[in-house]
Design a protein around this ligand. Structure first.
Ligand code: NAD
Length: 286
């Protein structure tokens, strides 16, 4: 039987989540997607109208099929956690069962189990503010959406993951080196995500026999990255300074994720894997 993957954090065809879905689909996996509730409508409409058809093309010429799109807001674990103003918000009221626990239950009901869990989402409302000027609210919101969301996803999905399964998240070098401009507590959130990758690898490995890794990806002009505002500078910097002087394609990250999710990586867990043209290894720019 082919593997089944749930990828949280796809709302268009520009980000890492989409590229990971494609690489997994190319390797034969069935694709389930979790899409942020406020972005769901436009994503499903675009998908239906064929707006993504060109980018759905797989290496063998066929089109990637997405078996099901689930609405998801990874900031809420159960319906009891959702505040009234969000519940009654027009964009949320139109969908149902989008808290993490409910999505895991729906996937279990629909398919029984999954093999691969991908977390490709982040959000930091104050990302453009320096850490020194970040509010408590902004900092905790960044951690909630970008780090705890992963703990919660794995907590709820691990019980329906088949042994030998694998889980992958996306991180950024700003967790361990100073990247001015990646503010609002997002650097802190990525540091937490990387540390949690180790602890979760231990706990989920022992309890469920699944692997937990994170990919530290180089810069990509995704929707989220454009919102931060410095992405072109980061891409230029990498082109100039990385060992491999080429623009990083989302597909390269997708392929690394497919490898990490596959039996080829059966002894790799708790790892931060750099997919960044080697930029992380440089001490100074040249
Ligand atoms: P993206 O915009 O394609 O993906 C981010 C997704 O997160 C969006 O689809 C958004 O709708 C979703 N999202 C935000 N809040 C959510 C919530 N509460 N619940 C559910 N979904 C939510 O951008 P991307 O850059 O591909 O980001 C994917 C991952 O890659 C993120 O973890 C990001 O930090 C990481 N990353 C990106 C870069 C880069 O340069 N683009 C570099 C390293 C790491």
């Amino acid at each position: 039987r082919g593997k089944r993957a749930f990828i949280a954090g796809i709302a268009d065809d520009n980000g890492y989540g989409w590229a990971i879905a494609k690489s997994l689909a190319a390797a034969g996996a069935e694709i389930l997607v979790g899409t942020w509730v406020p972005a769901l409508n436009i994503f499903e409409t675009s998908l239906r109208r064929g707006k993504f058809d060109e980018s759905r093309v797989l290496p063998d010429g066929s089109l990637m099929e997405i078996t099901k799109v689930y609405p998801l807001d990874a900031v809420y674990d159960t319906p009891e956690d959702v505040p009234e103003d969000v519940k009654s918000n027009k964009r949320y009221a139109g969908s149902s069962k989008w808290t993490v626990k409910e999505v895991a239950e729906s996937v279990k009901e629909d398919f029984g189990s999954i093999d691969i869990l991908v977390h490709s989402l982040a959000n930091g409302p104050e990302v453009s503010k320096p850490l020194l000027e970040t509010s408590r609210y902004g900092y905790l919101a960044a951690i909630s959406a970008s780090s705890y969301s992963y703990v919660s996803l794995l907590q709820h999905f691990a019980p329906i993951m088949n042994p030998g399964g694998a889980s992958i998240s996306l991180t950024y070098i700003a967790s361990e080196r100073i990247i001015p401009g990646y503010g609002g507590g997002m650097s802190s959130a990525k540091a937490a995500l990387e540390s949690d990758t180790q602890v979760l690898a231990f706990e989920a490995g022992r309890k469920h026999g699944i692997r937990v890794n994170t990919i530290s990806a180089g810069p990509l002009r995704s929707r989220a990255a454009k919102a931060i505002g410095f992405i072109d500078m980061m891409i230029d910097y990498s082109l100039e300074n990385a060992p491999l002087q080429k623009e990083l394609s989302a597909e390269e990250v997708g392929n690394a994720a497919a490898f990490l999710a596959s039996p080829l990586a059966s002894a790799i867990t708790g790892a931060v894997v750099y997919v960044d043209n080697g930029l992380n290894a440089m001490g100074v720019g040249v």
